[in-house]
Ligand binder design. Structure first.
Ligand code: ADP
Ligand code: GLC
Length: 515
């Protein structure tokens, strides 16, 4: 008989489609759905933002969580996000009752009480894995994601240390897995918050929560979790060295036997060009002509000339240093002078970059379009309408858009980093079974220019381009293989946690005998 699948509590700060700022939301919805599809008992733990409270169904109260240290009390709710996703929600209006972006205020500044907001989320995650849980359900694995839930593995470990006899008597030890989606966000705060979060003062050390004199939620996850994963094999290697380790490379290299890189999958039902309601024309690899309606719709939405002979590039991105948007804007004047190209960009983020994009539109009317903001349906239309997709990220833990674009017949142009290197096969590669896009090295606009010119030449050879599109559309980016890899990591984490639980039990029984 096959071994039972581990039960999982996946703690996260965003989930698609209700609250999304980036790929974390997509993964927080699609990984649990994939695990549930193979029979695992998975529940997603979320903060009770207004969009979650109004978007969840079958909501019921599970219990009250009392105030502790400087944290307010909360109510634990259970319900569903959709028919595939069971959820648990921390309802605390004082901390989560704010609409819009979950991390920043209307002016784009971080909410000053973020450490309390995500401290509470982490503490509740740990609570649900211990004897004090109000639920009659204990997960085998607590799976945390990014700094917002990084404190949870630490809290679980402190709870066990504080009551070793209780921990030793427990029938089951919950193992912890911490997934790094982006090491650039470390959740670092004033050490004074230690007391407000009810964390043991002795944990503020190099061998604990301290990172350069501050309390780091990210370090907590990296240090205390039984296993660490990140979202692509290449990024797992890159973060064990500077500069992409962002200062955590030593810790990550020291824990490399517990660090695994698993490429994200995508939700192939939501992202299916044959059925996507956001498209003007739906299509498959055999009906690529139907893409023309999307292309026209993109040109129209972005104020571009209805030019069939210009190669149309698409961008859907957070506008940050990470994504290499500046490389695109720097490359554009040289490219536009020599080639018949168009550019449609959707995104929001750093003011300097969005201003530069708006300036580019003014200089190249009818050739360049920029729409600021977050627009999910428009992002689908761009993937289904542009000729090629630009993603020259300086680093990219995984990246989802390059997978969406391959599935939507828009070959991506990417830098060879992180998940981009792991998911795009270069058109010219001798080893690839068949190219699906264009991969370049170096982080200069000159490298990007050369790659755009290469792609433009390929695009003008229409049968060759169709073969490239079809090769990308045939790739399997579904979750099946990666969900199985997560199950493997969960089992390893359980083995590590059980071994350390037995060690704790032995030492606590020794203490009792000695006394
Ligand atoms: P990251 O999480 O670093 O932003 P990913 O490629 O993993 O990068 O995921 C980004 C997700 O957010 C994708 O689903 C992408 O389509 C979406 N996205 C990013 N910016 C926008 C936007 N302005 N409007 C709509 N969707 C966006
Ligand atoms: C992060 C990364 C991105 C990744 C996403 C989901 O936001 O920047 O590369 O795809 O998380 O894991």
């Amino acid at each position: 008989m096959p071994a039972a699948l581990p039960s999982v509590l996946l703690a996260t700060s965003e989930v698609a489609p209700l609250v999304k700022t980036g790929g974390l939301a997509d993964v927080s919805a699609s990984l649990p759905a994939a695990l549930a599809a193979i029979g695992a008992d998975v529940r997603v733990l979320l903060p009770g933002y207004p969009a979650i409270l109004s978007g969840m169904c079958e909501s019921r109260t599970e219990g009250r969580i009392g105030p502790s240290a400087g944290l307010p009390g909360a109510t634990l709710l259970s319900g569903r996000i959709n028919d595939r996703l069971r959820c648990l929600v921390v309802d605390c209006p004082e901390l989560y009752g704010r609409a819009g972006n979950p991390y920043v205020d209307g002016a784009g500044a971080d909410w000053t009480d973020n450490p309390l907001r995500f401290g509470l989320l982490s503490k509740v995650a740990a609570l649900l894995c211990g004897a004090a849980s109000p639920l009659g359900w204990r997960p085998d694995v607590l799976h945390c994601n990014d700094w917002q839930t990084g404190l949870a593995p630490a809290c679980l470990s402190f709870d066990r240390q504080a009551a070793p006899a209780v921990a030793a008597a427990e029938a089951k030890v919950t193992a912890t897995v911490f997934t790094v989606h982006n090491l650039a966000f470390s959740g670092s705060f004033e050490p004074a918050l230690l007391a407000r979060l009810g964390l043991p003062p002795e944990s503020f050390s190099m061998h604990g929560l301290e990172y350069h004199g501050r309390l780091s939620f990210l370090k907590a996850g990296l240090y205390y979790a039984d296993c660490i994963t990140t979202v692509s094999p290449t990024y797992a290697r890159e973060i064990q060295q500077a500069p992409l380790g962002f200062g955590f490379q030593g810790l990550l290299a020291a824990r490399s036997n517990r660090l695994f890189g698993i490429l994200n999958g995508i939700d192939t039902a939501t992202w299916d060009p044959a059925t996507d309601p956001c498209l003007a024309g739906r299509f498959t690899k055999d009906t690529l002509d139907a893409r023309a309606a999307n292309r026209r719709a993109v040109q129209q939405r972005f104020g571009l000339e209805p030019d069939d002979d210009a190669m149309l590039f698409g961008v859907v991105s957070r506008f940050t240093e990470q994504k290499g948007i500046d490389l695109i804007l720097d490359a554009w004047p040289g490219l536009a002078a020599r080639h018949r190209l168009q550019l449609a960009m959707l995104g929001s983020g750093d003011r300097l970059l969005t201003d530069a994009a708006a300036e580019c539109v003014r200089r190249y009317p009818g050739r360049v379009g920029f729409i600021g903001g977050f627009d999910e349906p428009l992002s689908h239309l761009i993937e289904g309408g542009c000729d090629a997709f630009l993603m020259p990220s300086r680093f990219e833990p995984c990246g989802l858009n390059q997978m969406y674009s391959q599935r939507y017949g828009a070959p991506p142009l990417v830098r060879a980093t992180g998940g981009l290197a792991d998911s795009v096969l270069d058109d010219a590669s001798a080893t690839a079974p068949r190219g699906t896009g264009f991969v370049f090295t170096g982080d200069t606009s000159a490298a990007l220019v050369a790659t755009v010119v290469r792609a433009f030449a390929a695009w003008q050879d229409r049968p060759r381009w169709r073969a490239l599109q079809a090769a990308g559309m045939q790739r399997d980016f579904g979750w099946q293989a990666s969900a199985a890899s997560y199950v493997g990591v969960y089992r390893q984490a359980i083995a590590f946690a059980t071994a350390s639980g037995q060690a704790t039990a032995r030492s606590s029984s020794r203490v009792r005998t000695d006394a």
